[in-house]
Design a protein around this ligand. Structure first.
Ligand code: BES
Ligand code: MN
Ligand code: MN
Length: 456
């Protein structure tokens, strides 16, 4: 049997050419104008999966963006692995900050540059290529299914229903996902936790029109001033969230587990340097890794209102708006948080304004077991390809559908992500190092071997 490293070496240019074709499709799920691009991305993936050896592949419409499903069943009595990924991407704006256009991928400094290079086109494509290798070398050891969706970046609104309606088709023993990151290139790690999310848009309305700030300022409640105060009051001096009842369901992680987590070789100086900040701050009593991994957080994602154009305009604005997200830890319910937030936010509105708050999307957190046969197989796979045992760690990001997979399909997901902090996902100049792309393909191939071999 040809080995995977040789196969990658021989085919690496083609792998990149193919991935570039996918990266050129602007499949931005949040914008209606890209509706057709969503289908183009699906058709491309369907063809890639068939070329890679899938027996059948289909593009399935949902109430939202379509899903690509493919499978190869070598023996119904063998275990089935389902690969999950998403072909949709975040909007590329602001465009002027990109060094090369977001949908014209190119290679510089041994990295692939473009929207989706990591999140998640680059990462999901590693699975397609690992699958191709196993088919070409007759070494696929179990059944494989692929489910690739197009609504992850908007909260997977149609996928829950899709799973419910396709339980038999999606039946599998474990779900494999590459849509997370590692601690560092030389610190192989497997994500064992994801945070949940509650996301709101709020509006504070005051006077019926923008007013002259000289004639009315000081006598009429200013919605922007009010919104700023309301937001400021949502966290206290210890950076704890002040919404009554908010922490009720937060599970405190045991001191022993925290000690274990603290052993992860997380480099705080690199972290600060990477994001260009001098100091870090967060909830008192917790380390940086803990603040993102095991504690909730609240952030304003955007705030606007009043005059923001060139120069000065003296007005007292009629309205103010903000988008606010709350990251949740496992065991907190996003639905319950929605209710707590909305009730609290309205309750802190001063007289003179009307406040409304709407949920945009959300989902639950997830913890992955480190004693699951597939986790252990993944761990051995990393050990083979990186020469080091991977470290389990909890990420601060969210993939809401993962907890739904557990609830609806009763199946655990293993998060074999190969991204890096420096990949700038969701930002201008998203990139994915070639090294991680090829290493990922290699490691995924070993996963299948280890999974079927078992840990004896
Ligand atoms: N792939 C990310 C999530 C991620 C990245 C998890 C890195 C862990 C490490 C995913 O595409 C994402 O961006 N999720 C959104 C949630 C969604 C509901 C918009 C997020 O975390 O903001
Ligand atoms: Mn993603
Ligand atoms: Mn994303």
């Amino acid at each position: 049997m040809q080995n995977i490293s040789a196969y990658i070496e021989k085919n690496k240019v083609r792998f990149i050419d193919e991935l570039f074709e996918l990266l050129r499709i602007p499949s931005v799920s949040s914008k209606n104008e890209h509706k057709e691009d969503m289908y183009r991305a699906c058709d491309f993936l369907k063809k890639s999966l068939l070329d890679a050896g899938a027996e059948n592949a289909e593009v399935i419409s949902t109430e939202g963006h379509p899903v690509v499903y493919a499978e190869k069943i070598i023996d119904p009595s063998l275990p089935s692995v389902m690969v999950y990924g998403h072909y949709d991407v975040q909007p590329p704006e602001p465009l002027d900050l990109w060094k090369s256009p977001p949908f014209e991928p190119e290679i510089r400094e041994d990295r692939i540059w473009g929207r989706g290079a990591d999140d998640d086109k680059g990462q999901l494509f590693m699975h397609v290529k690992a699958f191709e290798f196993m088919n070409r070398t007759d070494s696929l050891p179990c059944n494989v299914k692929f489910m690739i969706e197009g609504e992850e970046e908007i909260g997977s609104p149609s996928l829950g229903k899709f799973c419910m309606e396709n339980k038999d088709k999606l039946h599998c023993d474990v779900i494999l996902v590459s849509d997370t990151s590692m601690i560092a290139r030389d610190v192989p790690s497997i994500t064992t936790g994801l945070r949940g999310l509650s996301y709101f848009e709020v509006e504070v309305a005051g006077p019926g029109r923008d007013l002259h700030s000289g004639l009315f300022g000081g006598a009429v409640v200013n919605p922007v001033n009010v919104l700023a105060k309301m937001i400021a009051s949502l966290t206290d001096d210890n950076n704890r969230i002040t919404i009554p009842g908010f922490y009720d369901d937060v599970l405190e992680v045991s001191p022993r587990e925290r000690e274990e987590m603290a052993k992860a070789p997380f480099n705080i100086d690199n972290y600060k340097k990477e994001i260009e900040v001098d100091e870090l701050d967060g909830e008192s009593g917790y380390s940086t890794m803990e603040r993102t991994g095991i504690r909730p957080s609240l952030d304003v994602n955007g705030i606007w209102g009043g005059y923001t154009g060139e120069g000065a305009k003296t007005i007292l604005p009629a309205k103010a708006y903000a988008k606010i997200s709350i990251r949740l830890v496992p065991n907190q319910s996003s639905k319950k948080t929605d209710e707590l937030f909305i009730r609290h936010f309205k309750s802190i509105a001063p007289p003179g304004v009307r406040v409304s708050a709407n949920v945009l999307h959300g989902g639950e957190g997830y913890v992955s077991p480190v004693d699951h046969p597939a986790y252990l197989a993944a761990s051995r796979a990393y050990e083979t390809s990186f020469g080091k045992k991977p470290i389990p760690f909890r990420s601060g990001g969210s993939i809401p559908i993962i907890s739904l997979f557990e609830k609806v399909l009763g199946v655990k997901s293993i998060l074999m992500g190969f991204g890096l902090e420096s990949d700038a996902i969701h930002s201008p100049n998203e990139n994915y190092p070639l090294w991680n792309f090829y290493k990922g393909i290699e490691t995924i191939t070993y996963f299948y071997r280890e999974y079927m071999k078992g840990d004896n």
